[in-house]
Design a protein around this ligand. Structure first.
Ligand SMILES: CC(C)(COP(=O)(O)OP(=O)(O)OC[C@H]1O[C@@H](n2cnc3c(N)ncnc32)[C@H](O)[C@@H]1OP(=O)(O)O)[C@@H](O)C(=O)NCCC(=O)NCCS
Length: 177
């Protein structure tokens, strides 16, 4: 990483607050996604990574762990800092942490405009395009990972926690990136 740049795995509330600030800048201000859609109740059990330049938050990504599967999401880099390798470093940081927790498969719902980025780092498209928060998305997974994976049944077998239970715990079912 260039001098003055760093990517960290968040360890406290203030670092996660910096991630949420970047997400507001990209998803709500730039892309017009309702902030309530972004705060889906999953952040408290996710691994978050934060990128900073000269101490200022410029990018973030998270992975929500479900057994051996990690759902990558909320991937955002402020416009002026894009195409400089920051997102690659963010995804690697959350995956390094997830690997310590025995995660071996990665899935995500990618915005169509970002699929080129994920294909560059080895993800492949699965399934058909769908609309989420008014933006076209498609499911992607990292090569070599499970096919025909039914997330809900996997979560039930692995953790005995269903989407419904998570909904009861205040988590939304919206799965934009
Ligand atoms: C998608 C996004 C996170 C990429 O972040 P970034 O920091 O610019 O990505 P990087 O610089 O690490 O890119 C790594 C490589 O992918 C390429 N790349 C980046 N974004 C790309 C895109 N949208 N399509 C195709 N290739 C892309 C880069 O050019 C770079 O290629 P190189 O290695 O040949 O130089 C950023 O554009 C963003 O925040 N977009 C708005 C929010 C969004 O769409 N988030 C993802 C939702 S799924």
């Amino acid at each position: 990483m260039k001098p003055g740049r760093e990517v960290i795995v968040c360890r406290n509330e203030s670092e996660i607050a910096d991630c949420l600030q970047v997400r507001r800048g990209v998803f709500t201000v730039e892309q017009g996604i309702d902030a309530a859609e972004d705060l889906d109740g999953k952040d408290s059990r996710a691994v978050h990574a934060l990128a900073r330049v000269d101490g200022k938050p410029v990018g973030t990504a998270r992975v929500v762990i479900e057994g051996k599967t990690g759902r990558v999401g909320r991937v955002a880099v402020l416009r002026q800092w894009r195409k400089q390798g920051i997102d690659v470093a963010l995804i690697e940081a959350v995956k390094k942490e997830a690997r310590k927790r025995r995660v071996t498969e990665y899935i995500l719902d990618a915005q169509i405009s970002a699929t080129g980025f994920y294909e560059k780092i080895g993800y492949v498209k699965t399934g058909r395009e769908f609309m989420e928060v008014g933006i076209p998305h498609i499911k992607m997974q990292k090569k070599g990972e499970l096919n025909g994976f039914e997330e809900q049944s996997f979560a039930q077998t692995q953790q005995g926690t269903t989407q419904d239970t998570r909904a009861e715990q205040g988590e939304s079912k919206t799965a934009f990136c």
